[in-house]
Design a protein around this ligand. Structure first.
Ligand code: 0A1
Ligand code: ZN
Length: 849
C-alpha cells in the first residue's frame, strides 16, 4: 500500500467531532509480536456536530472484528482509519485488533524499551493502539485491563483490581486519548507519599529498571516540591490516589504528562551525584515539575486541537520556570532561559522554520513541538503577567481553572479570562500568538531641560507566509541610572502599542543612562547603538541582574565581532570589566560563572549576518579561542584564587549554592587549563567524586589536547551506565578541534556502543556534531554529509527524531555559496529517498524553501 499524499491541516477548518465518547474500556493481552487490544467504547452523537460521518483513526492495526451494539459490522478501512454506518443515537463500539510492539521503532503508540512495554500517545500515537477518534477534544473516562505475566502493570488513574497475570485501572477524569498510558515490565519502585492541602493521601512511585533504583531519590523530592508549590502558588491540588513516574531509556522527547502515569526519558529523571551533573539535576527538577504541572494545565484543561498546543505548553513552561526561580536563583534562571531562547527560538524565528506560537497549519504535528510553541509560548505568558500585574494574573488563572476545568480549550478562551478579569482588550496582544518572527526594537534618546525621552520603533521581518506584520503590544521594562551609577528611576513598565512611540521621564538633573528591557521583559531584539563604555558602566552599576549580565555579553560580542571582522585584538576594556565582575565576591558565583560565558558561535554567526557579512565558522571559532586565551592570561592571578575559593568541601548537594560555586570554579578551571596545559584539570579529574567535577575536568583535558588517557579511563569506569556514556559520546565531539569534529563523530558512530535506535545516543553523537558550528559547517562539507547519511538511516526507523534533527540545516542561508550548495545537495538527497517519512519530508521541504 502506498502512503497517502501528505495533507496540510488548517486551523480555520476546525469542526467539532461528530461523535463524543463517554467511556472507554480497553483490554490488553500483551505479547511482543502479537499484542491484542480489545476495546469497548460508548459513543453518542455530538449535538454540536456539523456531520454525522463516523470515522475512527487507526494506523498499522490488524482488525479481527468490530461490533456495534453487539452486532458484528464490516467497517471500511483505509490507511488512516475506518468508517462505518452507525445509529443516530448512543451506541457501543467494540473491536479487537493486533499490534506488534517489538517492531515499533518509531516509539509512538505501544513499544518495547529495554524489555519494558510502554506507550507514547501524544500527539497522535493512540491511533497505533486501537481504532479511536484520536483528537484532543474527544474526552472520556478510561478503564484498562492489562493481561501479562510481567510483575508491574500500570495505566492511568487509580488501581481497581489485580491478580495473577492481570491488573485493572480506572481513570475517573475524562481525558483525550493522547494522555493514555500503559507500562508493563520487571520494574522496581521507589515509593513515597504526599498529603495534599485538603488532606488527601497520595501514593507516589518512581518505577525504574533494576540497577537504576539508586537514582530515584532526587526525582522524588522534586515531585513532592512540585506538588506543594502548585498548591501554594496556583492553589492546584492533585486529584488521584496515586501518581506514578516511569523511567524509559528509549524516548523521543524529555517526558510525557499522561494522567497519573508520567513517562520519562530516563535522562530526565534518573540522577545521582556520581553520574549526573549539576545542570542535569536542575533540568530534572524542572522537567518533573513541568510534567506534574500539566496535571492542571494540559490534563484537567486540555487543548481543543493541536493548533492550541501552546495553550498547555507555553503555560506549563512558564509555570515550571517560576518554580525553578523559586527553588533556586530567579536571576540565574532568567539568564539561562534567555540564553536558551535566543539560541533556539530566535534562530527558529529568523529562518525558514519560523511559525507563529499558534500555527495556522501543519502537515505533521510532531514537527511543531518547537522552541517557538514552548519557550516563546512561555514568554507570552510572562508578558501577559507583566501587563496585567501579579494580582490580576492570579485572578485570571483562578477564573481559567474555574471556567474551563474539564474543557478542551483554545487561546481565545485563555485570553478571554484575562479580558474578563481586567477589562482590557487583548486583541492586539493576540498578534503575539498569530504572527511569527522576532520584533526588532530600535531605540533613540533625547535629553533636554531635565526631560529624557526614549523613542522606540518596532519592526518584525517577514517570515514564511507572512510578509506584513502589525505592531504588537510590547512591555518594555526600563530603569534609569545617574551618571554616578545610582538608580534615579526604578524599573518602570512602558507599554508600547504603536509602530513608533516615545516615552518621557521628567525632572532629571542629568542625562541618565538607560537600562532597557530589564529582566528581558519581551522576546524582542533590542537594537541600540551603545558605546562600549556605557556597556561597561551598566555591567558595573545596573541593579537589574539580567541587564547587568546582558551588558557584559554585549561587550564580549562587540569585541569578538571586531576580532572576526577587522582582525582586532581582544578588547582590554572588556577583560577589565569582566575581571571586576569575577572578583566581586558580593555577586552570586552562579551569576559570575554566567558572566564568564561568551556568546555562542551560532549567535556570532547571526550577528555577522545582521551586519551584512557572511560568517566563516572557522574564523568565529578561532576568535573565540583567542579571546579565551586572552581571558586566561588577563586573569591569571585571579583565577587560581577563584578556583581555590570556590571549591566545595561539604558533601555534594545539587542545590543552587553548591552548583553555583562549582560552576564558577569550573569556569576558572577551563581558563587555567589554557595556561597550565591541563595539570589542574588532571588533578580535579583524579580527585573528583561527582560527575560535575569529573566531566568539567574531562572537557578541559580534551580541549587542552591531553584527554586521551582520561577519555579511555572514563569509558572503562562508566561503560555500564547508558546515561554517562551519552555524555562521553557528546563531550568528545563538542570539545573536538573543528578539523577533527567530523572524524570524531564518524568514529563514534562506529563504536560498539553507538545505537541508532536509541534517541539519546543518536542525539549525543549526531546532535553534538550539529551543535559544533565550526565542525558541522566545515568547509569540506563532511559534516553535512555525515549528518545526512545518518538521517537517511534513521528516517525509516524513527521519523520523529530524524525530522527534529533536520533543523541543524535551518541556518543554511547564512553561509557562503559553496556551503549553501553543499547543504542544498544534502537536502535534495534526503528528499530523494524512497518512502521518506511525512515528518522529514515536511521539515526538509520547509527548510529548503
Ligand atoms: N507533552 C510533553 C512533550 C511530548 C510531546 C510529544 C511526545 O511524543 C511525540 C512526547 C512528549 C511535554 O511537554 O512534556
Ligand atoms: Zn509540556
Amino acid at each position: 500500500m502506498k502512503d497517502a499524499a501528505p495533507q496540510t491541516i488548517f486551523l480555520k477548518d476546525y469542526t467539532p467531532p461528530a461523535y463524543l465518547v463517554d467511556s472507554v474500556h480497553l483490554t490488553f493481552r500483551l505479547s511482543p509480536e502479537h499484542t491484542r487490544v480489545i476495546s469497548r467504547i460508548a459513543f453518542r452523537p455530538n449535538p454540536d456536530a456539523q456531520s454525522k460521518d463516523f470515522f475512527l483513526h487507526g494506523e498499522n492495526l490488524r482488525l479481527f472484528w468490530a461490533k456495534i451494539d453487539g452486532q458484528e459490522v464490516e467497517p471500511e478501512q483505509s490507511l488512516e482509519g475506518l468508517t462505518c454506518a452507525v445509529p443516530d443515537a448512543p451506541f457501543t463500539w467494540e473491536a479487537e485488533v493486533e499490534i506488534s510492539p517489538i517492531s515499533n521503532t518509531a516509539l509512538e503508540g505501544l513499544y518495547i524499551s529495554g524489555g519494558m512495554y510502554c506507550t507514547q500517545c501524544e500527539a497522535e500515537g493512540f491511533r497505533k493502539i486501537t481504532y479511536y477518534p484520536d483528537r484532543p477534544d474527544v474526552m472520556a473516562t478510561f478503564t484498562v485491563r492489562i493481561e501479562s505475566d510481567l510483575p508491574v502493570l500500570l495505566s492511568n488513574g487509580n488501581p481497581v483490581a489485580e491478580g495473577e497475570g492481570f491488573a485493572e485501572w480506572h481513570d475517573p477524569w475524562p481525558k483525550p486519548a493522547y494522555l493514555f498510558a500503559l507500562v508493563a515490565g520487571d520494574l522496581i519502585n521507589h515509593p513515597d507519599r504526599f498529603t495534599t492541602k485538603s488532606g488527601k493521601e497520595v501514593e507516589l512511585n518512581i518505577y525504574v529498571r533494576p540497577g537504576d533504583e539508586d537514582k530515584c531519590a532526587f526525582g522524588m523530592e522534586a515531585l513532592k516540591k512540585s506538588m506543594k508549590w502548585d498548591e501554594d502558588v496556583y492553589g492546584r491540588e492533585y486529584d488521584l490516589d496515586i501518581f506514578n513516574i516511569v523511567a524509559v531509556d528509549d524516548f523521543n522527547m524529555g517526558a510525557m504528562e499522561n494522567k497519573g502515569l508520567n513517562v520519562f526519558n530516563s535522562s530526565c529523571v534518573l540522577a545521582s551525584p556520581e553520574t549526573s551533573t549539576d545542570a542535569n539535576f536542575e533540568r530534572i527538577e524542572a522537567i518533573i515539575a513541568h510534567e506534574y504541572f500539566h496535571n492542571w494545565t494540559g490534563n484537567r484543561i486540555t487543548c481543543r486541537d493541536w493548533f492550541q498546543l501552546c495553550l498547555k505548553e507555553g503555560l506549563t513552561v512558564y509555570r515550571d520556570s517560576q518554580f525553578t526561580s523559586d527553588m533556586r536563583s530567579a536571576p540565574v534562571k532568567r539568564i539561562e532561559d534567555v540564553i536558551a531562547l535566543r539560541g533556539r527560538q530566535f534562530r527558529e524565528d529568523n529562518g525558514p522554520l519560523a511559525h507563529p506560537v499558534r500555527p495556522a497549519s501543519f502537515v505533521e504535528i510532531n514537527n511543531f513541538y518547537t522552541a517557538t510553541v514552548y519557550e516563546k509560548g512561555a514568554e507570552l505568558i510572562g508578558m501577559l503577567k507583566t501587563l496585567v500585574g501579579d494580582a490580576d494574573y492570579a485572578k485570571a488563572l483562578d477564573l481559567y481553572f474555574d471556567r474551563h476545568d474539564g474543557d478542551a480549550a483554545t487561546i481565545e478562551d485563555w485570553l478571554k479570562v484575562f479580558e474578563d478579569t481586567t477589562g482590557r482588550d487583548l486583541s492586539q496582544f493576540k498578534r503575539w500568538y498569530e504572527q511569527a518572527g522576532t520584533p526588532r526594537l530600535s531605540v533613540s534618546e533625547a535629553y533636554e531641560d531635565g526631560t529624557y525621552t526614549l523613542t522606540f520603533k518596532q519592526d518584525t521581518p517577514p517570515t514564511p507566509g507572512q510578509d506584513q506584520k502589525d505592531p504588537r503590544v510590547i512591555p518594555i521594562a526600563v530603569g534609569l541610572l545617574n551618571p554616578n551609577g545610582d538608580e534615579v528611576v526604578p524599573t518602570t513598565i512602558l507599554e508600547m502599542t504603536e509602530a513608533e512611540q516615545s516615552f518621557r521621564f521628567e525632572g532629571l538633573a542629568a542625562k541618565p543612562v538607560p537600562s532597557i528591557l530589564r529582566d528581558f521583559s519581551a522576546p524582542v531584539i533590542l537594537q541600540r547603538e551603545v558605546s562600549d563604555s556605557e556597556r561597561a558602566f551598566l555591567l558595573a552599576h545596573d541593579t537589574d541582574p539580567f541587564n547587568k549580565w546582558e551588558a557584559g555579553r554585549a561587550l564580549a560580542r562587540s569585541g569578538l565581532i571586531a576580532m572576526i571582522r577587522d582582525g582586532a585584538a581582544p578588547d582590554t576594556g572588556y577583560l577589565d570589566a569582566l575581571q571586576a565582575v569575577v572578583r566581586d565576591d558580593t555577586l552570586d558565583p552562579a551569576f559570575r560563572a554566567l558572566a564568564m560565558g561568551l556568546p555562542s558561535q551560532d549567535d556570532l554567526a547571526q550577528t555577522l549576518v545582521d551586519l551584512g557579512e557572511t560568517p566563516d565558522p572557522k574564523a568565529i571559532w578561532q576568535a573565540v579561542e583567542v579571546l579565551k586565551q586572552e581571558m586566561a592570561q588577563h586573569m591569571q592571578d585571579l583565577l587560581p584564587r577563584i578556583y581555590a575559593q570556590y571549591q566545595v568541601d561539604d558533601a555534594y548537594r545539587p542545590d543552587a549554592d553548591q552548583s553555583g560555586a562549582r560552576a564558577l570554579a569550573n569556569a576558572a578551571l577551563a581558563l587555567i587549563s589554557r595556561m597550565d596545559g591541563g595539570v589542574q584539570a588532571q588533578a580535579q579529574y583524579d580527585a573528583a567524586d561527582n560527575m560535575t567535577q569529573q566531566l568539567a575536568a574531562l572537557g578541559c583535558l580534551i580541549a587542552a589536547g591531553k584527554g586521551d588517557a582520561a577519555v579511555q579511563a572514563f569509558y572503562q569506569q562508566w561503560k555500564h551506565d547508558r546515561l554517562v556514556i551519552d555524555k562521553w559520546f557528546s563531550l568528545q565531539i563538542m570539545q573536538a578541534d573543528p578539523d577533527r569534529a567530523v572524524d570524531t563523530a564518524r568514529a563514534l558512530t562506529g563504536h560498539p556502543d553507538f545505537a541508532m535506535k536509541n534517541p539519546n545516543r543518536f542525539r549525543a553523537t549526531l546532535g553534538a556534531l550539529a551543535g559544533h558550528p565550526a565542525g558541522f559547517h566545515h568547509a569540506s562539507g563532511a559534516g553535512y554529509a555525515l549528518l545526512t547519511d545518518w538521517l537517511l538511516k534513521l528516517d525509516p526507523v524513527n521519523p520523529q527524531t530524524t525530522a527534529r534533527m533536520c533543523s541543524a540545516f535551518e541556518t543554511w542561508k547564512r553561509y557562503d555559496r559553496a556551503r549553501q550548495a553543499m547543504i542544498l545537495a544534502q537536502l535534495d538527497r534526503i528528499l530523494a529517498q524512497q518512502g521518506l517519512s511525512r515528518d522529514t519530508t515536511e521539515m526538509v521541504t520547509r527548510i529548503r524553501n
